[in-house]
Design a protein around this ligand. Structure first.
Ligand SMILES: [Fe+2]
Length: 190
């Protein structure tokens, strides 16, 4: 189990989540701890970002959209079509309302699903730690290559993940959020 202390508001929101989601978050926190140590990323910010990234993940699509609107967010057309993409932005809005003001953590939570151009190291580690939950890697063996790359180079790992994810979405005839395309393009041009 992860030992670092979390803000009370985050602890209390975590306690209200379904068990399976809490377990995913705990496993991702362990991955995040390792990646942060490997890459010299701020471990406390990474841990808080991962602990909070899925606080809104259990809401259904209608509730996500309603809550996003009532929290002052302005969902774009892709987010309206795929409201699950709003769970990061909504969690970040909740954290802000709870008094959390660390933009590095808020951005990591906000962009953990699609990614975003200009993501910093904390957001990159949070993004990857979510995807590299060992249970997800077990279910989707394509993630093993992402996991291997993440030990060495966060950017190459994110490119590999996005290659796979964007290809999957296109193959299924689904929308791709432009933030993911923009991030992949940015990282390819570094
Ligand atoms: Fe997650």
């Amino acid at each position: 189990m992860t030992e670092s202390a979390l803000p009370f508001a985050v602890e209390s929101r975590l306690r209200g989540l379904p068990k399976g989601l809490r377990e995913h978050i705990e496993r991702s926190r362990e991955v995040g701890k390792d990646l942060a140590a490997l890459h010299g990323t701020d471990p406390d910010r990474v841990d808080l970002g991962i602990a909070a990234h899925d606080l809104a993940r259990s809401l259904d699509r209608e509730t996500l959209l309603e809550q996003a609107l009532s929290s002052g967010l302005t969902p774009d057309p892709i987010e309206r079509h795929e409201p699950v993409l709003l769970h990061g932005p909504l969690a970040a809005a909740w954290l802000k309302a709870d008094g959390l003001s660390d933009n590095l953590v808020l951005d990591a939570v906000r962009w953990h699903s699609t990614g975003k151009v200009g993501m910093g190291p904390v957001a990159k580690v949070v993004f990857l730690a979510d995807k590299l939950d060992p249970e997800k890697v077990r279910r989707y063996p394509a993630l093993e290559a992402v996991s291997d790359l993440a030990q060495e180079d966060l950017d190459r790992a994110i490119i590999k993940y996005l290659d796979h994810e964007i290809g999957y979405l296109v193959g299924k005839g689904r929308t791709v959020h432009p933030a993911s395309i923009d991030l992949r393009n940015e990282l390819l041009m570094v």
